[in-house]
Design a binder for this molecule. Structure first.
Ligand SMILES: Cc1cc2nc3c(=O)[nH]c(=O)nc-3n(C[C@H](O)[C@H](O)[C@H](O)COP(=O)(O)O)c2cc1C
Length: 335
């Protein structure tokens, strides 16, 4: 089987158990002093204004299954004008025959499209990835644990930071550096900021688990790594320590309440991958569109109850942490 198809089928059957967003609560207020029709879900990051604080995060390209998923994702993205991140361009960089599995989206989706490559790639690969789909933005993924567990994966990470720096300084579009479900600590975010990265997607644990997916592809699994990583909540708290860098959140976003909590922890927008993949697996496209609509309606409802009219104002909302999360903050000196 093709590697991307292994990842798709692995991710489809995952049912994550722990999600740190459950360690956070909002404080109820009996007098919200706003009305639902005043709530505006518009958000902005990088140089873009987006109608909802949500983008479809990188998944597919590079197989026939990937092509049909990309078609469906493009239909959803176009319906709501959501940014759509495509999966790693590496398959199309290696073999032209896979180009169409990525380019298919531009026939359907007229909004923002993000290209995606790994941090092992060089500037010429980044330029090719952008060019092949005329991307508005480039995501560079950092996925060391996945590579180490992947039987055929990368083992040498000495050039990643230099590769990222060269790409960030030379490509004609904005860049996001993203994880793939293992999260980021404050020192990673500081290092990325120091080389000119303006936006990170912390993509923490709590959702799609690539340690598990790659371990299933190994004859002798590294089972102790199945719980490796920082959660999305921990990563957001870490990233908040670094000033003047834009933070996006992905990893285990399940519903509108998680989106609201991520915004409160400083995310400008959230990315969802696994949720869309499983929705498409379980429902016809029309229902997925209705369920996405419902997600936004519920987010508006939560914001109304919190008395908040804008996405920017969400970061001023106070939340309560449970004792484990409080303990994490204390140990890591997170203020
Ligand atoms: C099937 C699948 C394929 C993925 N492929 C990529 C990829 O090519 N590049 C990338 O940066 N992230 C990739 N991801 C990771 C997601 O972008 C995201 O960081 C991660 O799945 C956590 O989000 P989630 O819990 O909403 O799925 C993939 C995720 C899934 C489910």
């Amino acid at each position: 089987m093709n590697r991307k198809d292994d990842h798709i089928s692995g991710a489809r059957k995952q049912k994550p158990l722990n999600n740190d967003f459950d360690r956070i609560r909002f404080i109820h207020r009996s007098l919200p002093q706003t009305s639902k029709d005043k709530v505006d879900l518009k958000s902005r990051f990088s140089s873009f204004i987006i109608p909802y604080p949500l983008y479809i995060n990188a998944m597919t390209g590079g197989s026939e299954t990937a092509k049909s998923i990309n078609k469906a994702l493009a239909t959803i993205a176009d319906y709501f004008n959501l940014p759509l991140a495509l999966g790693s361009a590496s398959a199309a960089i290696k073999e032209d025959k896979w180009l169409e599995s990525y380019q298919v989206v531009s026939k359907i989706h007229t909004g923002l499209t993000f290209a995606n490559i790994g941090a092992d790639k060089i500037l010429a690969d980044a330029e090719e990835a952008i060019h092949m789909i005329n991307a508005d933005l480039l995501q560079i993924h950092v996925n060391a644990p996945q590579e180490m567990i992947m039987p055929e994966g990368e083992r040498d990470f000495t050039k990643w930071l230099d590769n990222i720096e060269t790409i960030v300084k030379n490509v004609p579009v904005p860049v996001i550096v993203k994880e793939v479900g293992f999260g980021m600590n404050k020192s990673t975010v500081a290092k990325l900021k120091a080389i000119g990265v303006k936006t990170v997607d912390v993509s923490g644990s709590g959702g799609t688990n690539f340690a598990l997916i790659e371990n299933e592809r190994r004859q002798k699994p590294y089972t102790t790594l199945n719980t490796w990583g920082l959660s999305t909540v921990e990563s957001l708290l870490e990233a908040n320590q670094i000033q003047d860098i834009e933070v996006l959140a992905s990893g285990g976003i399940r519903h509108a309440m998680d989106i609201a909590k991520a915004l409160t922890l400083g995310a400008k927008a959230v990315g969802m991958s696994g949720w869309f993949l499983r929705q498409l697996d379980q429902h016809p496209l029309k229902t997925v569109i209705e369920n996405t609509e419902h997600l936004f309606d519920e987010l508006k409802t939560i914001m109304t109850l919190l008395g908040v009219n804008t996405i920017d104002a969400m970061r001023d909302v106070q939340v309560l942490f449970d004792s484990e999360l409080t303990h994490y903050c204390n140990q890591r000196n997170l203020t």
